[in-house]
Design a protein around this ligand. Structure first.
Ligand SMILES: [Ca+2]
Ligand SMILES: [Ca+2]
Ligand SMILES: [Ca+2]
Ligand SMILES: [Ca+2]
Length: 245
């Protein structure tokens, strides 16, 4: 009896392939690049032995320089953010990216990547108006002006709630601020002779107010509030007859 050891050398005779043509990846815009977070992508399948297959991984397409691919978690590939954090307000989609896997015989498999950048409440509202002084007749009632702020975040993260900052309760009978629109109304004349108003006035006829614009969504920090000062100058109208004695 003769024993013969036969070793069969594996050849790269199978083509590698991705199981799906494309993949969706969602990445929050505040992902910390220092943490080297791995977004998993299934690797190619290939019947040949891993020693036989030597692959080169390459990411191409518009925006591909933002990301890199490495093969570190089991069979899965990792997509990582490279050097600069993502910003949804700058770009929210990377959907023309291709992952190309090339073997030694220059045979390629490719898969399309759709990366969607998810919003985080990382912007403060900013007031669009810089109107800080308004003169108004003491008898006026109605809409005075609207204070509009803008917040580039998405959905509730960009929704703004307006309110007064440090507001004396006594003023609620005179002033109303719509917290959705930022429009300010005088609902009762600011008569300079009103006993409720007099203690709140500066220089006899100035009301100093602060309008606040706050993001509605979950706040990441207390800096996500904007303030707008308003000096309301109440003009006296000669509405009292001279008191002749
Ligand atoms: Ca192969
Ligand atoms: Ca941002
Ligand atoms: Ca915001
Ligand atoms: Ca944002």
């Amino acid at each position: 009896i003769i024993f013969v050891n036969i070793t069969i050398n594996d050849l790269n005779d199978n083509l590698h392939y991705f199981r799906s043509n494309e993949i969706q990846i969602h990445i929050p815009e505040n992902t910390n690049i220092q943490h080297r977070q791995c977004y998993r992508i299934p690797n190619v399948d290939d019947k040949d032995l891993s020693e036989t297959n030597q692959f080169i991984y390459e990411l191409i397409g518009n925006g591909s320089e933002k990301f890199e691919i490495d093969q570190t978690i089991g069979n899965d590939l990792c997509l990582r953010i490279k050097n600069h954090p993502l910003d949804r307000e700058e770009r929210d989609q990377y959907d023309h990216l291709w992952l190309i896997v090339t073997d030694k015989q220059q045979q390629q498999a490719k898969m399309k990547l759709h990366i969607q950048v998810l919003d985080v409440n990382d912007n403060s509202p900013k007031f669009l108006t810089n109107l800080t002084k308004i003169s108004v007749n003491e008898t006026f009632t109605g809409e005075l002006t609207c204070f509009q702020a803008y917040d580039p975040d998405e959905g509730n993260n960009g929704r703004i709630i307006y309110s007064f900052d440090h507001f004396d309760d006594k003023l609620t009978q005179f002033l109303y601020l719509n917290n959705e629109t930022g429009c300010l109304f005088i609902i009762q004349s600011l008569l300079l002779t009103s006993i409720d108003l007099i203690p709140l006035l500066q220089l006899n006829n100035h009301l100093l107010l602060t309008i606040r614009a706050q993001a509605y969504g979950p706040r990441m920090s207390s800096t996500l509030t904007a303030y707008h000062p308003l000096e309301l100058i109440i003009e006296d109208i000669n509405d009292h007859k001279p008191n002749i004695q």
